[in-house]
Ligand binder design. Structure first.
Ligand code: PAF
Length: 278
């Protein structure tokens, strides 16, 4: 496994792989890897000859009052996990190698990223699109694998790839959950005391939504209220609870199978998100 710290070295590796006829798979991450990330690497292996993992806590996607400075980091452990998972390359740039101090070009998606997390985290998807556009140009992947945990992020990136003609395939891999249902997230490490138990409210509310529509269509408003009750019973502070169309991410009046339920809450100080295709 080779570790690259500069875009130029990473790009040279990718160009050599491409010249040798190899398919490159990219798994973009912000590090602090868990089983969810490892499932993305496994998915990338199925679809490529050489897997590159990027580890970069991207400052541009964090708001001024968000957790950029304290976002969990453990480089040595991440590298060991990437090696074990069979990554051929890891791209681990410092911020200065990714953003010139006078950087002035950003990528914005103007529809799918407006609601949900986009409405609560202004500039977040602009940061995500910008860093992904850069990573696609640096790593030159044939396929890039993202997790469904960030459903809206995956939709926004897919749209960027389509609309800007990036020559690569976006694959979205299923959410990996702890045995009790909590979706894996690097931010779960922030949960203290009874917060870990209270966080189960997210998967339970999504389970309720899934069971509700299995019996037939139901009014979105009352379903969202019932989901909200589950969250509040777990002492979670609701940021949003939505039922949306899986493609457009527009809220639906009547919840049906195939729609997506998405939740964002604060569990103590920690913001958690989860979703489920109903
Ligand atoms: O999902 C993440 O970890 C990040 O948003 C991503 C896609 C790596 C971009 O920084």
């Amino acid at each position: 496994m080779t570790i690259f710290n500069t875009p130029e070295e990473m790009q040279a590796w990718s160009q050599a792989k491409r010249a040798a006829g190899k398919r490159i798979g990219l798994v973009p991450t912000m590090g602090y890897l868990h089983a969810g990330h490892l499932s993305l690497i496994a998915e990338a292996h199925k679809r490529s000859d050489a897997v590159a993992v990027s580890i970069f806590v991207n400052p541009v996607q964090f708001g001024p009052n968000e957790d950029f400075a304290k976002y969990p980091r453990d480089e040595a452990r991440d590298l060991a996990l990437c090696r074990e998972a069979g990554a051929a390359a890891v791209f681990l740039p410092p911020v200065s190698a990714m953003y010139a101090s006078d950087a002035s070009v950003y990528v914005t998606e103007e529809r799918l990223g407006n609601g949900l997390c986009g409405a609560r985290r202004p500039g977040h998807f602009r940061g995500v699109c910008t860093v992904e556009a850069k990573l696609f140009n640096i790593v030159l992947p044939h396929v890039a694998v993202f997790g469904q945990k960030d459903y809206q992020q995956a939709a926004v990136i897919r749209r960027m790839v389509r609309d800007l003609n990036f020559p690569l395939e976006v694959v979205v891999a299923p959410i990996v959950r702890e045995p009790d249902g909590l979706a894996m997230s690097s931010r779960n490490v922030y949960l203290v005391g009874d917060e870990r138990q209270r966080a189960l409210g997210l998967s339970r509310a999504l389970q309720l939504a899934s069971e509700a529509v299995a019996d037939g269509p139901c009014a979105s408003e009352s379903l969202r209220r019932r989901m909200g009750d589950v969250l509040e019973n777990h002492a979670l502070k609701i940021d949003y609870v939505e039922i949306v169309d899986a493609e457009t991410l527009e809220p639906v009046a009547e919840a049906l199978r195939g729609n997506v339920a998405l939740i964002a809450v604060f569990c103590g100080k920690t913001r958690l998100i989860d979703n489920r295709v109903l």
